[in-house]
Design a protein around this ligand. Structure first.
Ligand code: ADP
Length: 587
């Protein structure tokens, strides 16, 4: 029920329109059914029994209403009216179902977009904790299941409206018979309610196991190359088997519950209708035409009531996927990144880290580290793998926030600065470049409409890539192939540098950009960076000697602190303590 309410509140106009169309369609059907009464009376020549006041009165009332509208009740005119009601009902239901169809598509799309937006706006640490498989599952399977849940829920409502109309008409024709049927319907629904709970549980388990299975599957497939190379891929089977078996069991339970409900409803209804027919004809002595209308009505009423239950049961089996997605969206929203500061950043003096400490959960990475990155300098951070170099870069971009200490951009504390503007002034090049299967131009501008081809050309020149780009068959319009397969590692990195430079950043951060390159490509990138020196601030994270040699200022990260080992291109042998806290070991 909560699910239906949530959908109604999320799409209020569409829901109201659909509901109204379904209501009018139901009324049309009710009128059509009621018109059967005078039509059957005229056709069979039977008049309502004297003691059956309700029925006689109802038939009389309808005939009178038609005469007043200028329609002479006859078999022909009544048949035309009945057909008109059915056609109108069909048209309205089509309209309502089209709206439901639109909403079904919207539910999946809106949920995916909401999840994506919430994730992109969340703190980087939150994003890091999310398993890729779980997100892929949410965007794929859960979104589809949630929209199927909406479809079943909406169908249940449509059936319920029609059932209500049948119940009203049946009450008008014979309230005793209608009440008896409603009671019988309630008994059937209650008797089978256990199956509803079972389906709900099975759906919930499916959501859990699918999430777990897809998380493992994605992780496993990402690491399949070494496993295949060592012929150990068979080890993946047992890892995925447990989740798969549990998922299979939950699916089996769901299917059995769905089928059991559908199978048990029919014989129960047949018994109720047979008893009703027997009582009406033999005990209450109702007329044949009235009994036929009642049987038609009650059969429809009961069928619709059971259909409501079946659609509702299907909704319950899918519902958990919607809540699981909502939960993921809410969690991401709660962990939303704070970009409160409003001061526009101006990197004219330096970026300063002052006594900065940072830990991932229980892993302390930086311990009261202090360092300066002067504006328009080329600063390198070196140190063994895992010492915290990338973490330091993430602190400077604001993806991570220090638990202690302060980061300054010139004289502005980080949290008072406009984070979005700061990031817009940064060019960032990671070790693993991602290139799109598109042209060089698109890979540089990423489709930003504010950037022109001339901007891309200037960036490619600055990145030392223009020469090889012009030598390509279609120049800047040449496709780089799948993930840039048509280019060498060095060329890919230089296109990535051009992409970082195209927005004319104040600060260029290079995270191990040359570590996967051969000496020649590395030397070419170092030349490029030397040429960029003085034009913007460069921070390079590396353990490659060539890159370090190109830098003017070098820090070594060790034991969580930063040690200045080169300044102005001159090695610092035993320099005084920088900023009081810096450890001076190493060099
Ligand atoms: P470097 O760039 O010097 O290789 P990193 O900054 O990547 O080092 O990592 C520093 C330390 O923090 C390593 O021990 C690494 O295992 C740990 N670490 C990095 N990222 C995470 C994370 N998302 N969660 C937990 N620990 C992490």
């Amino acid at each position: 029920m909560r699910l239906l309410l949530t959908f109604a509140l999320t799409y209020p106009w569409r829901s109201a329109f659909t509901l109204l169309a379904m209501l009018i369609a139901g009324v049309m059907e009710g009128v059509g059914l009621l018109l059967l009464l005078p039509m059957l009376s005229i056709a069979t020549g039977e008049q309502g029994p004297v003691d059956d006041n309700t029925l006689a009165g109802l038939g009389h009332l309808l005939t009178e209403a038609l005469t007043r509208l200028g329609i002479t009740p006859s078999v022909g005119s009544l048949l035309i009216l009945i057909v008109a009601c059915i056609v109108l009902k069909g048209a309205l239901l089509l309209l309502a179902r089209t709206q439901i169809g639109y909403t079904v598509a919207h539910v999946a799309t809106d949920l995916r977009l909401a999840l994506l937006r919430a994730l992109l706006a969340a703190r980087w640490e939150y994003y890091l904790r999310q398993p890729v498989g779980s997100l892929a599952n949410a965007a794929g399977t859960e979104a589809i299941r949630a929209s199927a849940g909406y479809l079943y829920g909406a169908s249940a409502v449509a059936m319920l409206i029609q059932a209500c109309i049948y119940a009203t008409v049946a009450l008008l024709v014979s309230w005793e018979a209608a009440l008896a049927s409603l009671l019988a319907g309630a008994v059937v629904i209650l008797a089978l309610s256990r199956l509803m709970r079972k389906t709900h549980r099975a759906g919930l388990r499916q959501t859990q196991y699918l999430k777990s299975l897809l998380t493992r599957l994605t992780d496993s497939l990402q690491s399949v190359k070494p496993l295949k190379a060592m012929a150990r891929e068979s080890l993946l089977g047992p890892v995925l088997e447990a989740d798969n078996t549990r998922l299979n069991r939950a699916l089996r339970r769901e299917v059995i519950s769905l089928e059991a409900l559908a199978t048990l409803q029919e014989p129960m209804l047949a018994v109720i209708l047979a008893v009703g027919l027997y009582v009406a004809l033999t005990q209450w002595g109702m007329q044949f035409n009235a009994v036929m209308v009642m049987v038609l009505l009650l059969a429809r009423l009961l069928t619709h009531l059971t259909k409501v239950q079946r659609q509702y049961q299907r909704m319950l089996s899918q519902e958990s996927a919607f809540w699981s997605m909502q939960d993921a969206i809410e969690k991401a929203k709660r962990d939303c990144e704070k970009t409160a500061g409003g001061i526009p950043p101006r990197l004219e003096k330096c970026v300063r880290l002052e006594k900065v400490s940072f830990a991932y959960d229980n892993t302390l990475v930086l311990r009261r580290a202090t360092l300066d990155i002067p504006a328009r300098s080329f600063t390198a951070i070196v140190g063994p793998s895992g010492v915290g170099k990338s973490t330091l870069a993430d602190l400077i971009t604001g993806l991570l926030r220090p638990q202690q200490g302060q980061i300054w951009i010139d004289d502005v504390p980080f949290e008072q600065m406009n984070l979005l503007m700061w990031r817009q002034s940064i060019g960032y090049v990671p070790q693993d470049t991602f290139l799109l299967h598109d042209t060089v131009l698109h890979n540089v501008t990423l489709g930003d409409p504010a950037l022109t081809q001339a901007d891309a050309e200037a960036a490619l020149r600055a990145a030392g890539a223009w020469e090889f780009v012009t030598a390509m068959p279609d120049g800047i319009q040449t496709s780089v192939g799948e993930r840039g397969a048509a280019l060498s590692g060095g060329q890919r990195q230089r296109i990535a540098i051009a992409r970082a430079l195209v927005n004319q950043p104040q600060l260029l951060i290079l995270d191990e950009v040359t570590s996967a390159l051969d000496r020649e490509s590395e030397a070419a990138i170092c030349r490029t960076l030397r040429e960029l020196r003085g034009r913007l601030t460069i921070l390079a994270i590396s353990h490659q000697p060539a890159l370090v040699e190109a830098a003017e200022r070098v820090y070594r990260l060790q034991n969580g602190t930063a040690v200045l080992i080169m300044d102005g291109g001159t090695p610092v042998a035993a320099s005084p303590v920088l900023h009081g806290e810096t450890n001076l070991a190493g060099g």
